[in-house]
Design a protein around this ligand. Structure first.
Ligand code: NAD
Length: 360
């Protein structure tokens, strides 16, 4: 029996997780997999009930689960709260509590949605990138940090720091991921200027020795930012630290042009949390307008990385392709003037495609 903790969260969260859970339940039924879905509160929903964006019972639920599915958190209702009482704190504490150090964000172009990209179709047609971003270290967490007055001037400072273990484990995650893809890792750093990333390059090169079947190249972050626009199809797996990964993964996601299609996984020490990359979209919440496919594709990542069901992960992706092939679109991915369907109908269409065995 696999225990899945489900945190719908706020805004469109409940609608998109309901659709994704329908897909997961269908896969379990077809695959003869026993699953137990247990819902918990996080974000604004938890603040409203418990006065805490991550109550202990939610953290315990996540810690006891084989995998976590999360919708999204946040919304204007809680925007005025003090920093520790904000919904986003619940999400950050959940990631930290589970020690999820590897963030995997695929940016894949569905040919049916080529027109949604801000780049020309011929540039993005073959894009299939996986950004592997370190999530628990780097300048975001390094100390000392602060703002102080020195010689009468305000001065701000942060510390970029990685030890070799932190670099080694994220590098291994990237090389492992590459083995299931085109076996190419591009490690992004700024080794020409920053000592921390010089160590990064050294350790990544050492780890590459454990993966002789995967090709490694190194690229400076400024060049990587440029290459992602100039020739994005050259990349397979991009491996990078927390800050560079934050920026490059957002850049890569925009190549696809459709935020409602992009899933993510955060992994560490045998645990995994899966969530769409978008937020809680309060502007369309509760109106059956949200695109649930990013969350459905997050379920696909869960099947691959936490539930040892890669075949079914592929089948979920195939079912999504089949639904798009049929011309079914939620409003965010529909061309102007073309009719669209709602969140629920989109989820049900993927379920139907799975039931009809619409995979390659
Ligand atoms: P957002 O991603 O929620 O929305 C940006 C735009 O994209 C909106 O127009 C929205 O309607 C649209 N959109 C997003 N997801 C969609 C979907 N599945 N289908 C169709 N359209 C979709 O970002 P925002 O507006 O900057 O933030 C709204 C709230 O979400 C804020 O409170 C923010 O803090 C929070 N947020 C949460 C997460 C998370 O939970 N991981 C991530 C980002 C933002």
């Amino acid at each position: 029996m696999k225990k899945i903790a489900v945190f719908p969260g706020d805004g469109i969260g409940p609608e998109i997780t309901a659709a994704a859970c329908g897909v997961l339940e269908t896969v379990a039924e077809l695959a003869g997999m026993e699953i137990d879905l247990q819902q918990g509160l996080v974000g604004g929903a938890a603040l409203d009930v418990h006065g805490d964006p991550l109550p202990d019972e939610s953290l315990q639920l996540a810690l006891g689960a084989d995998a976590v599915l999360l919708g999204a958190v946040g919304g204007p209702k809680w925007d005025g709260h003090p920093p520790r009482q904000r919904p986003e704190q619940g999400l950050l504490r959940l990631r930290k509590g589970l020690d999820l150090y590897a963030n995997l964000r695929p940016a894949q172009i569905f040919p049916q949605l080529l027109d949604a990209s801000p780049l020309r179709p011929e540039l993005v047609r073959d894009v299939d990138i996986l950004v592997v971003r370190e999530l628990t270290g780097d300048i975001y967490f390094g100390t000392p940090r602060g703002v102080e007055i020195q010689n009468g001037l305000r001065r701000g400072y942060n510390t970029m720091v990685y030890d070799e273990n932190e670099i080694g484990r994220i590098a291994r995650a990237a090389f492992e991921a590459a083995r299931g893809r085109k076996r190419k890792v591009c490690s992004v750093d700024k080794a020409n200027v920053l000592e921390t990333t010089r160590l990064w390059r050294e350790v990544v090169t050492e780890v590459a020795g454990e993966f002789p079947d995967v090709a490694l190249e190194h690229m400076y972050v400024d060049n990587a930012a440029m290459q992602l626009i100039r020739c994005p199809a050259q990349f397979d797996v991009i491996l990078t630290g927390n800050m560079f990964g934050d920026i490059l993964s957002d850049e890569a996601s925009q190549l696809t042009g459709s935020i409602g299609m992009l899933p993510s996984a955060s992994l560490g020490n045998g645990r995994g949390m899966y969530e769409p990359i978008h937020g809680s979209a309060p502007d369309i919440a509760g109106r059956d307008l949200a695109n649930p496919l990013a969350t459905v594709l997050s379920v696909s990542m869960m099947l691959r990385h936490s539930l040892a069901a890669a075949v079914w992960a592929d089948r979920v992706e195939d079912a999504v392709r089949a639904v798009l092939d049929r011309g079914l679109r939620t409003a965010d991915i529909a061309s102007p003037g073309v009719a669209s369907i709602g969140t629920r109908a989109m989820g049900e269409s993927v379920v139907a495609a799975l039931q009809q065995g619409e995979w390659a």
